[in-house]
Design a protein around this ligand. Structure first.
Ligand SMILES: [Cu+2]
Length: 194
């Protein structure tokens, strides 16, 4: 009896798993903008996702933010590190233009780390108040579905469940948002708007 129940549960799980797999696809396309862009998806209606447990890394190395663009899911903690022999600072004057979300993480020396948990989705323009020329970007995605463009301006987001989304392309702090219905593998191109 117990064995039969186990079999039923296993069969049902397999069926459910294959169904879930069937109703998802890869959203991909091109972004016609010079340099790197981020593409992030927001479910319609907006749905909250559990915060990721893994942290992300942003280094200050050779007087630059490395990587220049970091895309993370909302709720992710970013660990900043300093690899240079000079102190660096991390702050942002706004998130997506909202100055109320400006924040200074701090100033720190080589070998030390600072961290910050990003609870607001949007574009974070990173600056260092010690070196005004240092700029970096963190794009915070409202969902686990996001990507960065490759050298040819193409992006690809895997395992996106079928449904309606607002797809936002962030490029140099500017957003272009399109609505898209994902049904299996789906194509979505962003025009040269910015
Ligand atoms: Cu600096």
């Amino acid at each position: 009896m117990k064995f039969t129940s186990l079999l039923v549960v296993m069969l049902f799980s397999c069926l459910l798993f294959s169904c879930l797999k069937a109703f998802a696809g890869t959203l991909s396309g091109g972004v016609k903008a010079a340099g790197q862009s981020a593409v992030v998806l927001e479910t319609v209606p907006a749905k909250a996702f559990p915060a990721p447990t893994q942290t992300a890394a942003m280094n200050q190395q050779g007087m630059k933010f490395v990587p220049a663009l970091l895309v993370i899911q909302k709720g992710t903690t970013v660990v900043f590190s300093n690899d240079d022999n000079v102190p660096h600072n991390v702050f942002w004057p706004n998130i997506s233009g909202n100055k109320a979300l400006s924040h200074t993480v701090g100033t720190f020396n080589k070998g030390k780390t600072l961290s910050f948990k990003y609870e607001n989705a949007g574009n974070v323009p990173l600056l260092c108040n010690v070196h005004p020329k240092m700029t970096g970007t963190i794009v915070v995605s409202p969902s686990p579905y996001f990507a960065e463009t490759d050298a040819d301006g193409n992006y690809s987001i895997k395992d996106v469940p079928d449904g309606a989304y607002k797809a936002t392309e962030w490029h140099n702090g500017k957003a272009t948002t399109l609505t898209v219905t994902v049904k299996g593998d789906t194509k979505l191109d962003f025009a040269a708007a910015n």
